[in-house]
Design a protein around this ligand. Structure first.
Ligand SMILES: Nc1ncnc2c1ncn2[C@@H]1O[C@H](COP(=O)(O)OP(=O)(O)OP(=O)(O)O)[C@@H](O)[C@H]1O
Ligand SMILES: [Mg+2]
Length: 312
């Protein structure tokens, strides 16, 4: 059983217009809504792999309702804490032919201490031994950076495993709570370790840093360069096949889904890493936050590669 937690979800509204003109009414030719949120992306990718999950998080107002309905229509079960504020909407206004766009992100709602306590209580009530809990994305306004650390402890005290994917201080504090797995990308790792990642040796050094914080497994994703998957005692370097990248946003979420899915199937580290990069590549090759089919991922898996390397 997998549960994904998205504390800071967002409704992404994309309006396609012929041309952006100031001080005039412009009519959109196409409108697209995407149910944004890192954990939701993981749930969607798991669904494509044939695995159900439950999406948990904060939602509020009419936008929150829309998000919840959208996820349910995708066949993803939800269990949300309703907050007083309104779930944020991010708007993209994109010109049809030029690729020029405006993107406006809302700051989003402030989540109160009571609402935070309600989410922790929900997690405590739901969590069962042996489950895998994916904790993903930024934290909303009002939530202290140690919130993920608290979630990690809550999940793991119940005998489940926490997989953490966030950045900055919430990531560092979260690592110190000893989650089973963390998934930084190169930029997030550099930010936390203070060391540039220019080659494989740098990536392995960054992986060691995360293990030294108390994490069991680190999945350090390197964009088109692939993945370093490491634990105490072993490290694997995996490379995805070359794909024509259309939209790499959400590739890391897909990778995390692939890694979680492969781990639950009891596969070897090399196989887990290859499923991860295959899922990431499938997402990078798809438009928007789409993912592709199980068959596409399987084809990419067979074109991916992985080998063991020395970590210490
Ligand atoms: N251009 C690409 N070609 C092939 N594979 C890619 C490409 N970009 C990403 N991937 C795959 O996706 C994985 C995750 O990508 P990346 O490191 O960019 O994650 P991320 O920055 O966390 O993404 P996000 O947070 O937007 O989901 C990579 O490890 C790789 O396997
Ligand atoms: Mg990411």
């Amino acid at each position: 059983m997998i549960v994904t937690v998205t504390p800071n979800p967002v409704l992404d509204r994309t309006l396609i217009v012929p041309r952006i003109v100031w001080h005039e009414v412009i009519r959109a030719t196409t409108t697209r809504l995407d149910w944004g949120g890192k954990g939701f992306n993981v749930s969607r990718a798991l669904k494509a792999l044939g695995m159900d999950s439950v999406a948990v998080g904060f939602i509020g107002g009419a936008t929150g309702e829309l998000l919840e309905r959208g996820l349910r229509e995708l066949g993803i079960a939800t269990d949300f804490v309703r907050i007083a504020g309104e779930t944020r909407t991010n708007v993209v206004i994109a010109e049809q032919d030029t690729g020029r766009y405006l993107k406006v992100n809302e700051a989003g709602p402030v989540v109160s201490a009571e609402e935070q306590a309600a989410l922790l209580a929900l997690v405590r009530r739901r969590v069962r031994p042996g489950e895998l809990w994916v904790l993903s994305g930024s934290l909303p306004l009002g939530v202290p950076p140690a919130f993920y650390a608290d979630l990690v402890v809550t999940v793991q005290q119940a005998g489940a495993q926490a997989f953490l994917d966030t950045s900055g201080e919430p990531l560092l504090l979260g690592c110190q709570a000893g989650p089973y797995l963390v998934k930084p990308n190169a930029v997030e790792a550099q930010e936390v370790t203070g060391q540039e990642i220019d080659d494989d040796d740098d990536a392995l050094a960054a992986a060691r840093f995360f293990l030294e914080q108390g994490v069991q497994v680190v999945a350090l994703s390197l964009g088109a360069g692939g993945l370093v998957l490491a634990s105490r005692g072993w490290a694997v370097r995996a490379r995805p096949p070359q794909v024509e990248a259309r939209n790499p946003v959400g590739a890391g979420d897909a990778l995390l889904a692939g890694v979680a899915w492969a781990m639950l199937r009891g596969l070897t580290p090399e196989e887990i890493a290859r499923w991860g990069v295959a899922c990431g590549a499938a997402a990078a090759a798809s438009e928007g936050v789409a993912f592709g089919s199980r068959e596409e991922v399987e084809a990419l898996y067979h074109q991916s590669s992985a080998y063991r390397c020395e970590l210490w």
